[in-house]
Design a protein around this ligand. Structure first.
Ligand SMILES: *Cc1c(COP(=O)(O)O)cnc(C)c1O
Length: 335
């Protein structure tokens, strides 16, 4: 397969540096990859994916990018900025709590306010349509209806999966894994948040067969264990892009569920503690939906001795939701 086309959105390489105080405390050689500092639209892992998604859309003659996701989606915010830079229209169908909230439990009411990413989407001119909560299938239906609406008005639409997940998005993280290796050599373990799976897939495929363990900490409840299969499918699709034959299967994917807490976007006591710990030891902010749960997993695995040696935390960004999260309200501590 020819190299997928790419547009430039983020400043590469993103910084990679050591966390000295936490290394001492945990007895690890702990490093951090700063994809929260992409220099693009307040940072985050979606910038890398969008470099390929936008190029693909432009090659197809798209005039409007149509996304789906949570109302506080980091993806939609970064997509809005990417569309602005390329002169494309940006539209998104969203729900405050698509399927995710643990059944019957209202998750994080503060995330519904018109602040955080929603405020930034407004600044960017995103056509954000927030629907009543429902499941993924309903959200996909809303996204298609929105794309149909634009097409009825004569605009060519590019339809996307939640999180912009696709093989070319995973390819962006295959290249990112290479970027980190060029900056700092090899690690014993890389820990990242995982949700739609393309970040995890790119890193896992690149390191498959090496001595580097790639551990994804799941941000969603996944009773049917579908996410590891999704990641493995993205890894398999990556083989054909990079011309490799790794043929990864779900059991090759380390997807850890112990730090998800009560569900997507529901704060957990461990996640909140991780936010405080990284901020108070290293002056770095985590987000309350994804990276805090990943870092909580890293801290727990370091303290139990499950991960040792040279460890890289992949910071995926998400800071705007820190301003709308009510961290005092967690699954363990109802208010
Ligand atoms: C989207 C997102 C993730 C999850 O990345 P996937 O590639 O969708 O698994 C992790 N962290 C943050 C901050 C995100 O916005």
């Amino acid at each position: 397969m020819p190299e997928p086309p790419r547009v430039d959105l983020i400043l590469k390489p993103t910084p990679l540096h050591r966390l000295n105080r936490l290394s001492d405390e945990l007895g690890l050689d702990l490093w951090i990859k700063r994809d929260d500092l992409t220099g693009f639209a307040l940072g985050g892992n979606k910038g890398r994916k969008l470099e390929f998604l936008l190029a693909d859309a432009l090659a197809q003659g798209a005039q409007v990018m149509v996304a789906q996701g949570a109302a506080q989606s980091n993806f939609i915010r970064q997509l809005g900025a990417a569309c602005a830079m390329q002169g494309l229209r940006c539209a998104a169908a969203a729900m405050h709590l698509p399927f995710f909230g643990a059944a019957g439990k209202p998750a994080l009411p503060a995330l519904e306010h018109r602040s955080g990413n929603i405020a930034l989407d407004e600044v960017l001119g995103v056509d954000l349509r927030i629907h009543p909560d429902g499941d993924w299938e309903q959200l996909d239906g809303h996204m298609n209806a929105l794309a149909d609406e634009y097409e009825a008005n004569g605009m060519r639409a590019y339809r996307m999966r939640p999180g912009g997940s696709s093989p070319i998005s995973a390819y962006a993280f295959y290249l990112a894994a290479q970027e980190a290796q060029e900056q700092a050599g090899s690690f014993d373990a890389i820990v990242t948040a995982s949700s739609s799976g393309s970040t995890h897939a790119g890193l896992a495929n690149f390191h498959h067969g090496s001595s580097t363990r790639v551990i994804g900490i799941c941000a969603d409840t996944d009773p049917d264990m579908e996410l590891a299969s999704d990641v493995a499918a993205l890894c398999a699709a990556l083989d054909s892009i990079v011309g490799d034959d790794k043929r990864m299967v779900p059991t090759d994917i380390e997807m850890r569920m112990e730090w998800t807490g009560a569900g997507y976007s529901i704060p957990s006591a461990e996640g909140n503690a991780a936010i405080a710990e990284l901020a108070r030891k290293e002056g770095i902010f985590l987000d309350p939906v994804y990276s805090c749960k990943a870092f909580a997993g890293l801290l727990a695995m370091a303290r139990s001795g499950e991960i040792k040696g040279r460890v890289l935390f992949w910071h995926t960004g998400g800071m705007p939701t820190l301003f709308v999260a009510n961290l005092t309200r967690s699954a363990n501590k109802e208010t």
